[in-house]
Write a protein that binds this ligand. Sequence first.
Ligand SMILES: *[C@@H]1O[C@H](CO)[C@@H](O)[C@H](O)[C@H]1NC(C)=O
Ligand SMILES: *[C@@H]1O[C@H](CO)[C@@H](O)[C@H](O)[C@H]1NC(C)=O
Ligand SMILES: *[C@@H]1O[C@H](CO)[C@@H](O)[C@H](O)[C@H]1NC(C)=O
Ligand SMILES: *[C@@H]1O[C@H](CO)[C@@H](O)[C@H](O)[C@H]1NC(C)=O
Ligand SMILES: *[C@@H]1O[C@H](CO)[C@@H](O)[C@H](O)[C@H]1NC(C)=O
Ligand SMILES: *[C@@H]1O[C@H](CO)[C@@H](O)[C@H](O)[C@H]1NC(C)=O
Ligand SMILES: *[C@@H]1O[C@H](CO)[C@@H](O)[C@H](O)[C@H]1NC(C)=O
Ligand SMILES: *[C@@H]1O[C@H](CO)[C@@H](O)[C@H](O)[C@H]1NC(C)=O
Ligand SMILES: *[C@@H]1O[C@H](CO)[C@@H](O)[C@H](O)[C@H]1NC(C)=O
Ligand SMILES: *[C@@H]1O[C@H](CO)[C@@H](O)[C@H](O)[C@H]1NC(C)=O
Ligand SMILES: *[C@@H]1O[C@H](CO)[C@@H](O)[C@H](O)[C@H]1NC(C)=O
Ligand SMILES: *[C@@H]1O[C@H](CO)[C@@H](O)[C@H](O)[C@H]1NC(C)=O
Length: 663
Amino acid sequence: MEYEIHKLSVKYKTYTLILLFIATLTLYLLYVQSYAQLSQSNLLSTLEYPNNAVLKYFKFSANSTEEINVNITTDPDYLVYSSKCRIPNVDPFNEEVKHLYKIKPYTKCTKLPLLTYITVNETTAVLHINQTAIHHYSQNGVFCCYSSVTRKEDKKNPDATINVSKCEEFDNNVTFSEDFIIVECNDVLLKKQVYKNVHAAIRINDSVKKKMENQTNQKQLNILCVGIDSVSRLNFMREMPKTRSFLEKNKWIELQGYNKVADNTYPNLMGLLSGMNESFAYEKCKPFKIGYLDKCKLLWYDYRNLGFITGYAEDESNINTFNFHKKGFLHEPTDYYFRPYMIAAEKKLKSSKVDEMTYCTGPETSGERILNLAKDFAETFRKYSYFGFFWMNSFSHNKLNSLSRMDNKVREFLEEISKDDILDNTIVLFFSDHGLRFGEIRYTHTGWLEERLPIFFMLLPEWFKISFPNKYKNLLLNKSKLTTPYDIYMTLQELLIISERNYSIVPSTACAKCKSIFEEIEVNRSCEDASIKQHWCTCGGYEHISTGNSTVKAAGEFILNKIQATIDSYTKDSKKCAKFTIKKIMTASISSNGEDWYKNDTYLLIILQTKPNAVFEGTVSVENKEGRLDFQMQGSISRLDYYDPHSHCVNDSNLKKYCYCNR
Ligand SMILES: *[C@@H]1O[C@H](CO)[C@@H](O)[C@H](O)[C@H]1NC(C)=O
Ligand SMILES: *[C@@H]1O[C@H](CO)[C@@H](O)[C@H](O)[C@H]1NC(C)=O
Ligand SMILES: *[C@@H]1O[C@H](CO)[C@@H](O)[C@H](O)[C@H]1NC(C)=O
Ligand SMILES: *[C@@H]1O[C@H](CO)[C@@H](O)[C@H](O)[C@H]1NC(C)=O
Ligand SMILES: *[C@@H]1O[C@H](CO)[C@@H](O)[C@H](O)[C@H]1NC(C)=O
Ligand SMILES: *[C@@H]1O[C@H](CO)[C@@H](O)[C@H](O)[C@H]1NC(C)=O
Ligand SMILES: *[C@@H]1O[C@H](CO)[C@@H](O)[C@H](O)[C@H]1NC(C)=O
Ligand SMILES: *[C@@H]1O[C@H](CO)[C@@H](O)[C@H](O)[C@H]1NC(C)=O
Ligand SMILES: *[C@@H]1O[C@H](CO)[C@@H](O)[C@H](O)[C@H]1NC(C)=O
Ligand SMILES: *[C@@H]1O[C@H](CO)[C@@H](O)[C@H](O)[C@H]1NC(C)=O
Ligand SMILES: *[C@@H]1O[C@H](CO)[C@@H](O)[C@H](O)[C@H]1NC(C)=O
Ligand SMILES: *[C@@H]1O[C@H](CO)[C@@H](O)[C@H](O)[C@H]1NC(C)=O
């Protein structure tokens, strides 16, 4: 989900004021003072980089006869430790953030058992009324009707409109041959609606059947992607301990150094699905124009064209990855496309919000709807090659503590799909796009770090480890390496080769050096190598520096001017937005390169509060050019406060991020 940047190439006028500061400033630090303004602790500033990280001898059996020995460099203080990347292993419950954390309870959307359910038999599905549940709804008995939900492919808004047919009455049960249905039941005597729900049936029609038959002489490998929006590695540890312990116990492999490459969902998921960077993903795929995303080179098209059965579902339809202020898809991008189902659930049922997200859609939570679809999909096609992409926003996006409500449900989901032989031939990716992007935690160093480090877990089938011991070994080694969505893009391509499909791997346009996580990449990988802009890079630490420092003040003004220039570039709407002035610089940090660090560049990381009230975070490089200070933005500028309430006067998603509407 989204509040994003797409005009990266805004031209800024040169900033001349900084000349005034030349005389008084010198660039390189002699000493560093700590002024933690918002927190008592000073986490990153106290970290010392040890020169000799611990080597751990690590042994595993690929199969019963062969042992593979690898040395993994690990250090308890670091998630990643190399000469070019040191990501500190911060305590998720440290003093800086502990007080922000609070477990929230799971809330049921109804206390009653569901009145209807469906069973699916290949081509046909049956909608049933659960006879033993009726008395919970009415003492008089119920009469029910159902309507089908289809995608309208409306010219103006093909991906946002649904067609709902007339409601047909039925008794006990009815056979239907649509993908999605709405069912409603009324009290027989009172003629009052007592129940309404939507169901999705994963039916197998002729074209899917052909695909399945065609797979008989092909290697089977399934890819199941399950994502939860805005889940950092640290917040996952705080809020989903049960899910996390399940993953650990069951040997899911974690990429501890999985670093996002851009601000929000679209560019990070596009990195993973298309290998493109943010500006390219907007330029090439033109998501603001109808039909262009359909032509965009997304990996699920390759999977589909190579005979895999594909599926995609996402909740909170207003803010879906490809739809938030975008046009989405003209035609269904995957064989199974559940967007109409979620639109029906959100728009046609009584929904209720929790933490400003659509938590309940009728009697079920939105999140569980996605989990159930993922489970159904994985079960239905367990014997066939598939690529499924299931993404959840509704219980994680806005607030730090929302996630905890679903710990049990997500764990149960993972337990259930791990049963029987459902995942025998399946590689599961369980991941997120970034951490929480706004709110109080973002004013802390921990918040800075975790926003950039989303969760990434992977499960491999046992036979995969045996057949490809070297790939497995690389993955184990790479768990403590810096990785990005572009590496996953390469990995998903390699999986097409591994499944023996006729496919040629192409490099990621955003990151020529990125490689599959099953491959060997250079040991000392820097953010530059991985195409991670300094603003998002967690490899080097920062130390606090006085907010009163004149270089800091100049950098703050520089960032403010960039913000203003971005707003001004929207000539039509810019007047609707207030002009910002700096109220105060909340925190300032300087890159702490240390003696053995591989580069000498100086970066300032600045969080500033403006008038009217908004909070921005920017990273600038500082260079002393012949006595003159030269600042350059390093990536885009983050907005740290929850700006939605103040940005309704404009529509462009990027402008929204920077705009505070004039009254
Ligand atoms: C401001 O910070 C810079 C960089 O850390 C330092 O070189 C400079 O001496 C500081 N200036 C003042 C006036 O403290
Ligand atoms: C285990 O590995 C050895 C050596 O690579 C190989 O000969 C053997 O067939 C493998 N066993 C199984 C069960 O895959
Ligand atoms: C692992 O490290 C140990 C100690 O440094 C060394 O003796 C051993 O040869 C290494 N093993 C491998 C597989 O690199
Ligand atoms: C589906 O239902 C039909 C009868 O309606 C039955 O003959 C058939 O065996 C069923 N197929 C499966 C796969 O259960
Ligand atoms: C029907 O409802 C009862 C509770 O009244 C529940 O125990 C049962 O599992 C439901 N059956 C199905 C198939 O959902
Ligand atoms: C939508 O429903 C209307 C009326 O039921 C029907 O005429 C139309 O063909 C439907 N459109 C699609 C795309 O199913
Ligand atoms: C549908 O309901 C009828 C009773 O009205 C029952 O005989 C039949 O078995 C049910 N069909 C299914 C598929 O459950
Ligand atoms: C079946 O597979 C072959 C090669 O894998 C492919 O050329 C053909 O188009 C496929 N047919 C269908 C109906 O998917
Ligand atoms: C078959 O079902 C798939 C998945 O629902 C759908 O994408 C496709 O258009 C359907 N094909 C036909 C011929 O109905
Ligand atoms: C994004 O990728 C394209 C294609 O490789 C490249 O030309 C462009 O400079 C990149 N943009 C940024 C902001 O890195
Ligand atoms: C992956 O593992 C290989 C083999 O150990 C290593 O050389 C490479 O640096 C790792 N890849 C990354 C991205 O760190
Ligand atoms: C960093 O600066 C120091 C001192 O000026 C210099 O000796 C060193 O070579 C520089 N390192 C790099 C990587 O530029």
